[in-house]
Structure formats: C-alpha cells, structure tokens
Design a protein around this ligand. Structure first.
Ligand SMILES: NC(=O)C1=CN([C@@H]2O[C@H](COP(=O)(O)OP(=O)(O)OC[C@H]3O[C@@H](n4cnc5c(N)ncnc54)[C@H](OP(=O)(O)O)[C@@H]3O)[C@@H](O)[C@H]2O)C=CC1
Ligand SMILES: O=C(O)[C@@H]1CCC=N1
Length: 289
C-alpha cells in the first residue's frame, strides 16, 4: 500500500478547519515540514507555525510552490465567500504546477471552482479537483468526511485525497453525485455543533434542576462521549442501543416520550434540510459572482 505521509501539502487559509486538519495530519505521522499554510492574519500564521511547525506565508501562491518546489496537494480552506477571489488569485500557480486540489468549502461547486482556477488559461484544460466535507473532530483524528471527485481525477489522485482525509477522519465516504456533499454538510459537516448544543442543553437542564454547573457539564459531556464510544465499540444499531437504556415504564421512556411529543425527529430533519439548502444556496450565490 502506498505511504502518503511524505506528501507535500499546501493550505490556502489557516483558520479553524485548516488547523483541525493540520493537527490530525501531524498526529497521523504526516510531516509538518512538508506543509505550508498561507494565511493573511499574522497572529494565526504564528500560531500555526508555533503549534505544528508548518511553514507559513502570507502569499497564497507560495502554498502551491513553496521555496521553488510544487506541493502535491493543495487544500482550499477559506470561507465560501472569498473562494472566487482566492481561486482566481492562485489560478496561474495551479495551472503551472497542477497539484491535486481539495476544496473543503461549503457549497462551492466543482464547475465554479474549476472555472475560477482556469482563469486566464490558454485552451481547455482539466484540473484534478476533489470536493469534500470534513468536520472539526478531524483535530482529534475523529473526523467524518464525505468526498466527491470531478471526472478529471485519476484513481491515484482519489487514493491521495482519501489518504489525506482518512488521516483525520475515522469514516470517509465517496458520494455518488456532487449535490450529496451538501447533504453531508447538513449531517456531519455541521453535525458536531448539534452534539455540542445537546451537551449545552443537558447541562442547562441539570443546573436548572439543582446540579452544580461543573457536575452537570461533566455528566453531559461524558454521556455524549460514552454513547459515541458505545456505538463504535458494539457496532449495534443506535435504535437497539437506545432500547437497551429504556426500561419499560422507566425514566428514559418518560424523557423519550417527551422528546417524541415535541417532534424531535421532524426537528432534526428540518435542521439538516436547512443546512443542506444553505450549502446549495451559498454555492449558487457565489457561483453567480
Ligand atoms: N468550521 C467547520 O466546522 C467546517 C468548515 N468547513 C469549511 O471550511 C472552510 C473554512 O472554514 P473555517 O476554517 O471554519 O473558517 P475560518 O474563518 O476559521 O478560516 C478561514 C481562514 O481563511 C483566511 N483567509 C481569508 N481570506 C483569505 C485569503 N484571501 N487568502 C488566504 N486565506 C484567507 C481567514 O483569515 P482571516 O481570519 O484573517 O480572514 C481564516 O483564517 C469554509 O469554506 C467552510 O465552509 C468545512 C467543514 C467544517
Ligand atoms: O457552518 C458552516 O458553514 C461550516 C460548514 C460546515 C461546518 N461549518
């Protein structure tokens, strides 16, 4: 099996998600010395340099060819709202060095990205672009990622993209069409926030009913973690695990009946749907620029 840990990787944008992926890559044995991050904010650059030992620069083109050497993979980790500007700016470097491009931006479609990255190109050329949606648990190598490859991406490049994402994600899935990446965004890209909210809610309920805040926080957070670990360790259907907690006419049943009566399932379908639609909408708005 190919060892991808020697890959040279450039990051455009050194924010939350780039930091999470760099942290995961380093934990997985990728060399920080082979990574270069371009980031306009000096404090963020210094933080990344000190924390991980990566090379940093304020010049985006430098993250594609650093000290005269081209990277193998460039990860676009800027907000969707600045992606057009950023992509057009790095277009000459991408066309010259043709790295595998991995975009993690919510909503931005491969056709738009390809068009921006081919700005000024003489004739039609196909770029290797993988669009994916990881999530912040990548920082602790517990990420979940959905990926979609443009037609111009070879099997070897798909393996390279998967190796990068698998180094920070426990679950990595290729999806059948690009629009499903918006659904992945709604389920797992934004998903960690739903679980953090749940912990906040449980903590607040505990406090309201008399527990000290630190105790309520500890119980809620560990219960979230423990439930996740059980899902992983047993491989059982979550519905079955839920049934095992729920004694007939007991306390869990009382709580679950309350949640069902409040329409918990519909609430989540609606929330994921809203996130999915927002992803598609962001792509549409940015693509029209
Ligand atoms: N956060 C998450 O959970 C997830 C986010 N994503 C996607 O990842 C992308 C990044 O999100 P996130 O990390 O949260 O956002 P951040 O704002 O934390 O990171 C984006 C970084 O890009 C920098 N930046 C801004 N303009 C430029 C530029 N012209 N050239 C280079 N860098 C620039 C920003 O600097 P400055 O702050 O100075 O503007 C910032 O540090 C988004 O597209 C998002 O959709 C995907 C999965 C999960
Ligand atoms: O909220 C967002 O738009 C990004 C994409 C997925 C998680 N955070």
């Amino acid at each position: 099996m190919t060892d991808f840990r020697g890959l040279r990787i450039g990051f455009i944008g050194g924010g939350n998600m780039a930091g999470a992926i760099i942290g995961g890559l380093v934990k997985s044995g990728f060399s920080a010395a082979n990574m270069v991050v371009s980031e306009p904010f000096e404090e963020a650059r210094n933080r990344l340099e000190q924390q991980f030992g990566v090379h940093v620069t304020a010049d985006n083109a430098q993250a594609i060819a650093h000290q005269g050497r081209a990277v193998d993979v460039v990860i676009l980790a800027v907000k969707p709202q600045v992606m057009k500007l950023v992509a057009e700016g790095i277009a000459p470097a991408v066309q010259a060095h043709r790295p595998l491009v991995i975009s993690i931006a919510a909503g931005i479609t491969i056709p738009d990205l390809s068009r921006w990255l081919l700005t000024g190109a003489a004739g039609a050329a196909e770029l290797a672009i993988v669009r994916c949606m990881p999530n912040t648990p990548a920082l602790v190598v517990e990420g979940a990622t959905g990926m979609f490859a443009a037609p111009g991406v070879s099997d070897a490049q798909k393996a390279m993209a998967a190796a990068v994402l698998e180094s920070v994600s426990k679950r990595n899935y290729w999806v059948a069409n690009e629009s499903l990446i918006d659904v992945v965004t709604g389920v797992s890209g934004s998903g960690p926030a739903y679980f953090f909210l749940l912990v906040e809610c449980l903590e607040a309920a505990g406090v309201q009913l008399g527990l000290p805040a630190d105790v309520a926080r500890g119980l809620a957070a560990q219960t979230c973690l423990g439930a996740g670990r059980m899902l992983e360790a047993t491989g059982e259907d979550p519905a079955e695990l839920r049934r095992k907690v729920t004694s007939p006419k007991g306390t869990t049943e009382a709580a679950l009946n309350s949640l069902e009566a409040s329409g918990i399932r519909g609430i989540f379908v609606e929330a994921v749907n809203r996130a999915t639609e927002r992803g598609a909408e962001l792509g549409q708005i940015m693509g029209q620029q």
